[in-house]
Design a protein around this ligand. Structure first.
Ligand code: HEC
Length: 114
């Protein structure tokens, strides 16, 4: 019994370490907030209320636990439609791939503000 407890503890510690590693670094969070403002995302998306598009919280909630960074980065760059309602997401190919990926990771991990 004791041994099982120790094993469980070890497993949960490993999980914590893994989750911590998946989190964005403070500099990435600052960069993502800047991109979000600079690319006009904030005109259609709020952190917690629905505007033209879904709130960042809703998006993070819907994709929780799924590995959808690539898919979401593509919507941010190339546009998308039909996932949340009638309105389409505009394409914005001026965003570099790596910045779209950073925005996607930031949103999916809960969109922390600075
Ligand atoms: C003109 C308004 C508008 C702008 C600007 C805009 N969005 Fe959107 N966004 C939308 C709409 C509308 C949807 C819902 C699309 C749908 O139903 O598939 C959406 C959906 C999304 C989704 C969820 C995609 C999915 O498939 O579930 C993400 C993530 C997102 N937007 C991020 C961004 C980011 C990051 C920016 C800035 C680079 C941005 N949006 C700029 C209107 C906008």
């Amino acid at each position: 019994m004791k041994r099982t407890c120790k094993q469980l503890l070890a497993i949960s510690l490993l999980c914590c370490a893994f989750v911590a590693q998946a989190q964005l670094k403070p500099n990435d969070i600052i960069a993502a907030n800047t991109l979000f403002a600079d690319y006009g995302c904030a005109g259609c998306h709020d952190f917690s209320s629905k505007l033209v598009g879904p709130s960042l919280q809703e998006i993070a909630q819907r994709y929780k636990g799924k590995k959808d960074t690539v898919k979401i980065a593509n919507v941010i760059r190339l546009g998308g439609q039909g996932q949340w309602g009638e309105l389409a997401h505009p394409a914005n190919e001026g965003i570099e791939k790596q910045n779209a990926t950073l925005l996607a990771k930031w949103i999916l991990s809960g969109a922390k503000q600075n």
